[in-house]
Design a protein around this ligand. Structure first.
Ligand code: AMP
Length: 429
């Protein structure tokens, strides 16, 4: 039973919205919803630092649905800007469920989707438009999308938008949107770029920082193992996946590069069969990515091997384990990766494999998350594989680079010179 001031009823939502909230299975507002909903309803400008998995999408959708009320005119009154098409679809799905009984019309527009269909949908009229910056501007420039009725602007995953280089497109949007509007900015992290963006377009904002000192999702148990090389990591992962006690029912394995993801998914297929494993990377067609995620979501496969770019923004339910097959080089990605599990009110486990060359990056991630995680020893009966020469050389070069970053005087180890001389000799041939 929820008490009056911890329930959704405290916000004065109409019956249509309350019914939809119940149908979505939400019982209690999450912390970001507790804080953001009353402020947005009061018409405030809000900047919220909340990572994915906190319920941030509903924290802006619910009050905006209440404010917009019922369908009106043909032109959108609310614009939601997101970095990637997967998030676009995810927000649209969330909005469609929450708006189910209101009649409000929601459209999403993104690069890669049919612009013809998007044009036709816009022409038929809508209340909300969710879009990626490029496609929004394209439709605006050709006159298919009219902004003059926009009263509410949401910038979702602002940090990702800026990392992807969308600052010029955002500035262009601010220029053409009506000046009198409510601005809401959501970001998983607050860095200088996000601060600058916020200062540029939001006057007198209210800052909401959810779980300030705990940046990683609270429901995620984090573990880390020191494992020397690719083959040992693959062997260790396969052992875990075979262990029924681990209950690894829905697993995402994150890899730093497409090549590693491909090599790993091929190995996993050898052990578990082709139909047990799917892979997504940034080169794949949109539909193939959506299909792979759907297969995991519906339980048709239990293992998804993914690169960071491909997995960004995807809402995959009840992921039991996130495996960081390597430590991400963009440190924020660690937070995003492990946010795929332990989503709102559920528990999950994240397991990181760390080589000696990854350790330097891992220390930086610990600094970012503000959380020290003790290394778990490998089981006594687990034998690691020998590191192949090429892989060791690669790691040695990485270690040298790191030492040089820490100490500009550092000259580099002998092996690196030797290998670069060998490389030059090969080039001279
Ligand atoms: P988000 O942080 O917006 O990506 O949301 C993560 C997940 O939490 C989504 O699957 C939402 O449907 C779900 N969710 C949002 N709000 C609640 C809530 N109050 N109770 C339970 N689940 C929620």
């Amino acid at each position: 039973m929820t008490t009056a001031n911890t329930a959704f009823s405290q916000f004065g939502f109409n019956k249509q919205i309350i019914t939809a909230i119940k149908e979505c299975g939400y019982e209690t507002p999450t912390p970001v919803q507790q804080q953001a909903i009353p402020k947005i309803l009061a018409g405030k400008q809000v900047i919220a630092i909340a990572h994915t998995g906190t319920g941030k999408t509903a924290s802006y959708l619910l009050p905006l649905l209440k404010i917009l009320g019922y369908p009106q005119s043909n032109e959108p009154r609310c614009l939601i800007v997101v970095p990637v098409h997967e998030l676009c679809i995810q927000v649209q799905n969330a909005a469609a469920s929450l708006a189910l009984h209101t009649g409000l019309r929601i459209i999403s527009v993104y690069g890669g989707g049919s612009i013809k269909t998007q044009r036709e949908q816009l022409q038929a009229g809508c209340d909300f438009v969710i879009g990626t910056p490029g496609r929004l501007l394209e439709l605006y420039k050709e006159g298919s999308l009219v902004f003059k009725k926009v009263k509410h602007l949401v910038i979702d995953e602002a940090d990702k938008l800026l990392d992807m280089g969308f600052m010029p497109q955002l500035n262009k949007l601010f220029e053409v949107l009506p000046v009198k509007r409510q601005n809401l900015l959501f970001s998983a992290t607050m860095n200088d770029k996000v601060k600058r963006l916020a200062e540029n377009f939001i006057a007198f904002p209210e800052y909401l920082e959810i779980q300030q000192e705990q940046k990683t999702a609270p429901g995620v148990a984090q573990k880390i193992y020191a494992i020397p090389n690719f083959s040992s990591k693959a062997k260790f992962l396969i052992r875990f996946l075979n262990d029924e006690n681990q209950a690894m029912n829905k697993v995402i394995v994150f890899c730093r590069t497409k090549a590693i993801a491909k090599r790993l998914s091929d190995e996993l297929k050898l052990s578990f069969g082709t139909s047990a494993v799917r892979r997504i990377d940034g080169n794949m067609q949109q539909q193939a990515r959506i299909n792979a995620v759907q297969a995991l979501n519906e339980g048709a496969v239990r293992i998804l091997v993914a690169t960071d770019i491909a997995a960004r923004g995807l809402d995959i339910r009840n992921v039991t384990h996130v495996i960081n097959f390597d430590v991400p080089l963009i440190y924020d990605d660690y937070i995003h990766r492990i946010g795929r599990t332990g989503r709102v009110f559920t528990k999950g486990e994240s397991i990181t494999y760390c080589t000696e060359a990854d350790l330097w990056h891992w220390k930086k991630i610990e600094k970012l998350t503000g959380k020290k995680i003790p290394f778990t020893p490998l089981p006594g009966d687990f034998e690691t594989e020998k590191t192949p020469y090429e892989e060791q050389q690669f790691m040695n070069r990485e270690l040298d680079k790191q030492r040089r970053k820490d100490d500009p005087e550092y000259q580099g180890a002998f092996h690196e010179k030797k290998s670069s001389n060998k490389h030059k000799r090969i080039l001279r041939r």
